[in-house]
Design a protein around this ligand. Structure first.
Ligand SMILES: Nc1ncnc2c1ncn2[C@@H]1O[C@H](COP(=O)(O)OP(=O)(O)OP(=O)(O)O)[C@@H](O)[C@H]1O
Length: 298
């Protein structure tokens, strides 16, 4: 479990993270989402203990991560632009990490297999593509078989097959009861991977929701042979009906099923019944628009 409680981070007079609170729970994949500069990396650095909050608390499994006796076994971390010696092979890099953390050699071979790096395990890391580097970073995060995994932009640079691989891997880890958190600035990527969404802009919490919750239904487009009658039948508290054309109604506050049942009951002909939802991308853009404008104006 990762708990961020009322965390604020200031650099000089600039507030980069602003009273941010959220929890990444075991058994689910939490997507940490926000436009560039929203404060995601800063928050993750505070979770790891590389930066100290100006105020507030960050807890990993109920305590501060820097006090962890076995850090790799407690939380696996991939931070952006992680430095790996370019002359080393993937195996020697992971072996060095394993040796200094009391992790057996057999686990190195295991994570290399898990990350799909077996064929390049002895190649110089300096010759790795961005995607292979990301796979190595994820392998390193899994080395200690941790109950908590936190990855900053893990699908950055991966091709669609790589994105699918990350998705299946993280879903599997969450299904085992682990806490999985990943950041991204792309809704399209995160919505494929995460169940739980924490959305930030300008360091503030904008939404703590689920993918389904964000894709809220906006209404139902109805084409009918008798729109006036249908309007009377469907009206009621919490229902808004607007007319789009001679046969067209747009109904908010009733499901397509309710509209279909009511129309059948009163013998009103329907030609079309189309639920309209805002796309996740649109919902994300709406939520973060102010934050992005602020970034662009600086
Ligand atoms: N050490 C620092 N000193 C001053 N400002 C900093 C420092 N580190 C980060 N910032 C500023 O904090 C803001 C948030 O940066 P951060 O890297 O956390 O955002 P992010 O959401 O991870 O963005 P990205 O998706 O671009 O990585 C940015 O405006 C950045 O310039």
């Amino acid at each position: 479990m990762i708990e961020v409680r009322e965390v604020t981070k200031r650099y000089g007079t600039k507030t980069v993270v602003d009273k941010l609170s959220f929890t990444a729970k075991p058994g689910q994949v939490t997507g940490f989402l926000g436009p560039n500069g929203a404060g995601k990396s800063t928050t993750m650095r505070m979770i790891v203990g590389l930066d100290a909050p100006t105020s507030g608390d960050v807890l990993v499994n109920g305590h501060s991560y820097v006090q962890s006796a076995a850090p790799l076994q407690e939380m696996g971390v991939l931070l952006e632009a992680k430095a790996v010696h370019p002359g080393r092979s993937a195996v020697s890099h992971l072996l060095a990490m394993a040796r200094t953390n009391g992790i057996p050699r057999s686990r190195v071979d295991e994570v290399i297999g898990l990350a799909g790096l077996s064929s390049v395990a002895h190649k110089r890391v300096g010759a790795f593509s961005l995607g292979m580097g990301q796979r190595l970073g994820i392998a390193a995060a899994l080395l200690g078989d941790p109950a908590v995994i936190m990855l900053d932009e893990p699908v950055n640079g991966l091709d669609p097959e790589g994105v699918l691989w990350v998705r299946n891997l993280l879903a599997g880890l969450a299904a085992e009861g682990r806490t999985v958190m990943l950041s991204s600035h792309l809704m399209s990527e995160v919505s494929l991977i995460a169940d739980h969404l924490v959305i930030v802009g300008r360091g503030r919490l904008l939404a703590d929701t689920t993918v389904a919750g964000l894709a809220t239904a906006e209404g139902v487009r109805v084409l009918s042979g008798d729109p006036a009658n249908l309007r009377n039948v469907l009206g009621g508290p919490g229902v808004t009906i607007t007319s789009g054309g001679p046969e067209e109604l747009f109904v908010a506050g009733r499901t397509a099923r309710e509209i279909g049942m009511a129309a059948a009951h009163y013998g009103i002909p329907l030609f079309e019944l189309t639920p309209k939802t805002a796309s996740l991308e649109e919902a994300f853009m709406d939520l973060t628009r102010d934050a992005v404008e602020y970034e662009a104006a600086r």
